[in-house]
Design a protein around this ligand. Structure first.
Ligand code: KIV
Ligand code: ZN
Length: 390
């Protein structure tokens, strides 16, 4: 079993293959799902939410095969609050070395209207469905969907019921990305202090990014006592997406001084899986995305390039190798300075003296004013023209 006892360990629950795939247009093929699951397992993800088995025959097959092929990760499937969903989910995950059933129901006033249940009727249903799941599997996660808009007293009541019925993980979803970081921390802290039996289970945080606060909210929840972060690669997910795995993992690594919790993720595998998920989902990563964006380790301005050449720590708080990237890049453009131009020319095999550099620099700037980026071939051409003129 994953070690949940030590207080500084945070479990990483990846839901790229379930919540991530729910992004309109992000559907992945069977083989692509198996490949991503294998990469997640290899990089040290503790729990992989592999899909929603009742949703389709294809999802059922994907979850079943991921379960059978799993190595170290717990394999989890999602199920609504009814026996048919839960049975189907169990059928799909039971082949895993470490299976988990994740069952949920919307508990906020708005979401309670969907099945049209009274508070008491919903509480009974939660008891019955969590008990049913626990009779099948000893690892059961329960989520009150839209928890952050659920009345406090009712939230405490239903969580207590789920724990008594056998849930081993209680996930607190911020389904519509409504929470702010301080609320996120205090909600988890107060739940752990208030709900009887809370000390016996793992509390999880599941944040959506509608206001751009998913990463901050997830980290705040950990400060409040959550010990499982639910996230996706590249932050893929419904609407504005979910908490990005690479962001929370690197934040915990880089700022371990103020956030003293650790994950089991091999961060050097981040870049490869980010690129693969972007390809198979068809969702490109924005250039300035934290950690995995094309520009996350790129520096164009003269001052930054000069600083980078003297000491990368001047402008980088983590090393590119930490996420599996070969090196930072110093793309040449109109903001670049002499130091980066000289460095690039030297790398291309040109040994330029100060006077020659001055001359090339003028022509380089003329070109850079016309082009967004000056590539190696452009520089080689510039050098040739210079040689012909000499
Ligand atoms: O956002 C959400 O509430 C969910 C639940 C199913 C956990 O994804
Ligand atoms: Zn979600």
């Amino acid at each position: 079993m994953t070690d949940q006892s030590s207080q500084d360990r945070v479990l990483i629950f990846d839901t790229t293959l379930r919540d991530g795939e729910q992004s309109p247009g992000a559907t992945m093929s069977h083989d692509e799902k198996l490949e991503i699951a294998e990469m997640l397992d290899d990089m040290g993800v503790d729990i992989i939410e592999a899909g929603f088995p009742i949703a389709s025959e294809g999802d059922f097959r994907a979850v079943s095969e991921i379960a059978e092929r799993s190595k170290d990760s717990v394999i989890c499937g999602l199920a609504r609050a009814n026996a048919k969903d839960i049975d189907r989910c169990w059928e799909a995950v039971r082949g895993a070395e470490r299976p988990r059933i994740h069952t949920f129901i919307g508990t906020s006033p708005l979401h309670r209207q969907i099945p049209n249940l009274t508070m008491d009727e919903m509480a009974d249903l939660i008891h019955d469905t969590v008990s049913h799941a626990r009779n099948l599997c000893d690892n059961v996660q329960w989520s009150p969907m839209d928890a952050t808009r659920t009345e406090w007293d009712y939230l405490c009541r239903v969580i207590e019921i789920a724990i008594k019925a056998g849930a081993t993980t209680i996930n607190i979803p911020d389904t519509v990305g409504y929470t702010a970081p301080e609320e996120s921390a205090s909600l988890i802290r107060r739940l752990i202090e208030t709900v009887p039996g809370a000390g016996e289970v793992v509390f999880a945080t599941h944040c959506h990014n509608d206001l751009g606060m998913a990463t901050a909210n997830a980290l705040a929840a950990v400060a409040g006592g959550a010990r499982q972060i639910e996230c996706t690669i590249n932050g893929l997910g419904e609407r504005a997406g979910n908490t990005a795995l690479e962001e929370v993992v690197m934040a915990l690594k880089v700022r371990n001084d103020i956030m003293p919790w650790r994950t089991a993720i091999d961060t050097t595998k981040i870049m490869a899986i980010s690129r693969r998920v972007a390809t198979v989902s068809g969702f490109p990563v924005q250039f300035n995305k934290a950690i995995v964006g094309k520009n996350a380790f790129a520096h164009e301005s003269g001052i930054h390039q000069d600083g980078m050449l003297k000491n990368p720590e001047n402008f980088e708080i983590m090393r590119p190798e930490d996420i599996g990237l070969a090196a930072s890049s110093l793309p040449l453009g109109k903001h670049s300075g002499r130091a980066a131009l000289r460095d690039k020319l030297e790398n291309l095999g040109f040994d330029v003296g100060d006077n020659q550099l001055k001359d090339i620099f003028v022509r380089f700037k003329e070109l850079a004013d016309r082009k967004k980026e000056v590539f190696d071939d452009d520089l080689i051409a510039l050098m040739r023209v210079g040689e012909d003129a000499a």
